[in-house]
Ligand binder design. Structure first.
Ligand code: FES
Length: 151
């Protein structure tokens, strides 16, 4: 079978879908490969992610990985959430077809973007590079300086 039972389960019954009106952090990211978008909401108390919700305009694999990612960070510390890799989410889902791995990146980046937004809104200092995978849309740590082409 192309998709594991866990992928099918999370795709057909996604956990933590929806919007959060009183979120402490909101991350919105787009997938450069397919153009799909994902929005992740987190509620934080004493450094713990006590609630999380997501919405996506994305494919089934994006829905399944986001659903699994929300389950994996709920009740965890922010540091644990930041350490969550798309690889760990894919493993928890018993794998994805190779051409769908890029979909799982959306979930990881959305979690990071939501934490970054939480830090920004609450004046918490951080190293921007910590949010950068090198090609993501969630920070500008690797942006080319504006004057680079004038030299
Ligand atoms: Fe766009 Fe999967 S094809 S996230």
């Amino acid at each position: 079978m192309l998709y594991s039972e866990k992928v099918m389960d999370h795709f057909q019954h996604p956990r933590n879908v929806g919007k959060m009106d009183d979120a402490d952090g909101i991350g919105e990211v787009g997938n450069a490969v397919c153009g799909d978008i994902m929005k992740m909401y987190i509620k934080v108390r004493d450094g713990i992610i006590v609630d999380v919700k997501f919405n996506t305009f994305g494919c089934g694999s994006a829905i399944a990985t986001s659903s699994m990612a929300t389950e994996m960070i709920k009740g965890k510390s922010i540091d644990e959430a930041l350490a969550l890799s798309n690889k760990a989410v894919v493993e928890a889902l018993d794998g994805l077809p190779a051409h769908k791995i890029h979909c799982s990146v959306l979930a990881e980046e959305a979690v990071k973007a939501a934490v970054k937004d939480y830090y920004d809104k609450h004046g918490i200092a951080y190293d921007p590079e910590q949010f950068c995978s090198g090609d993501c849309a969630c920070c500008h740590a690797h942006d080319v300086p504006a004057d680079a082409d004038q030299k």
